[in-house]
Design a protein around this ligand. Structure first.
Ligand code: G
Ligand code: G
Ligand code: MN
Ligand code: NA
Length: 250
């Protein structure tokens, strides 16, 4: 049976689950937020990675209902966390371009009781390629409602700096390839430093992704990075395990 057929049934069958990876606030020295990461528990294949099914979900039009489910589930969960902890949710291109995105976001936030200021939407540069006014208007509409916008995988795109100038971002998430390169002599350390300084002078936050070692963390602190996320702190965990993790880092 093709993965696509299984994917069409998976939402109705309750096979999806949202896991949460902590984002560590380097200033406060505690967890500042969690990124929602989708998991598919396939009945026979086991856990299937979103890397394998997100693009397929986009192709078959499932990403809109699936993305809505993630938003609703994660907002409801986040409303139970301490108020200083934020929630980040990935929004794919097709989901962002859907005419109902704004309604879906506002209704998920309102139904959960979560303050919109605690919700951050992560978008990728592929959304901005067209650089159209509709995208810009939508980003402003969402920000006016109170949600924050982060640029995911920062630095890997075609025109990262140009997008930073043209679109209203609250945060950049420095791609993990730069973080993993920091302990080599390939210039990654200087690039991360420059990205962090640039974010700071633009008044936006910088989060480093894929932080795996204490050495990387020390370099990130020295560079003045605001937040760090990665296996050094924790992988993404089921909701039930978050209270213990929050307590441990508090
Ligand atoms: O945790 P990781 O292997 O789980 O995630 C792999 C990729 O899938 C990442 O690029 C991540 O942004 C993406 N991803 C994870 N969850 C979601 C989701 O809910 N929506 C979208 N659009 N992408 C997601
Ligand atoms: O949304 P985004 O594309 O940033 O997805 C994050 C991806 O990175 C997920 O697949 C997640 O599981 C993965 N990830 C998170 N922390 C680490 C890490 O420390 N090292 C590596 N190699 N991958 C990570
Ligand atoms: Mn992300
Ligand atoms: Na990323």
């Amino acid at each position: 049976r093709a993965l696509e057929l299984d994917l069409r049934d998976a939402l109705g069958n309750g096979e999806f689950e949202v896991h949460y990876q902590p984002v560590f606030d380097l200033q406060e020295n505690r967890i500042g937020g969690f990124e929602a990461l989708l998991r598919w528990n396939h009945p026979t294949r086991g856990q299937v990675s979103p890397a394998e099914f997100i693009s397929l979900a986009e192709e078959i039009g499932l990403i809109v209902p699936l993305g809505e489910w993630v938003l609703r589930t994660a907002c409801a969960e986040a409303a139970t966390w301490p108020k200083y902890i934020k929630l980040a949710v990935n929004v794919s291109v097709a989901q962002f371009k859907n005419a109902h995105l704004f309604e879906i976001v506002t209704s998920s936030v309102r139904a959960s009781g979560l303050s919109p200021r605690r919700l951050e939407l992560e978008i990728t540069e592929s959304l901005l390629l067209a650089n159209n006014t509709a995208t810009l208007a939508k980003l402003h509409e969402l920000r006016d409602f109170g949600v924050r916008i982060a640029m995911d995988d920062f630095g890997t795109g075609y025109s990262s700096l140009n997008y930073l100038r043209s679109f209203p971002f609250d945060k950049i998430k420095i791609d993990q390839s730069f973080v993993s390169g920091m302990t080599n002599r390939d210039g990654s350390r200087a690039i991360v430093k420059a990205m962090t300084a640039m974010a700071s002078s633009l008044g936006i936050r910088a989060t480093a992704e894929g932080v795996e070692t204490q050495e990387q963390l020390a370099w990130l602190r020295a560079a003045g990075c605001d937040e760090a996320q990665g296996f050094l702190f924790s992988r993404a965990l089921p909701a039930a395990q978050l209270p213990g993790l929050i307590h441990q880092w508090n």
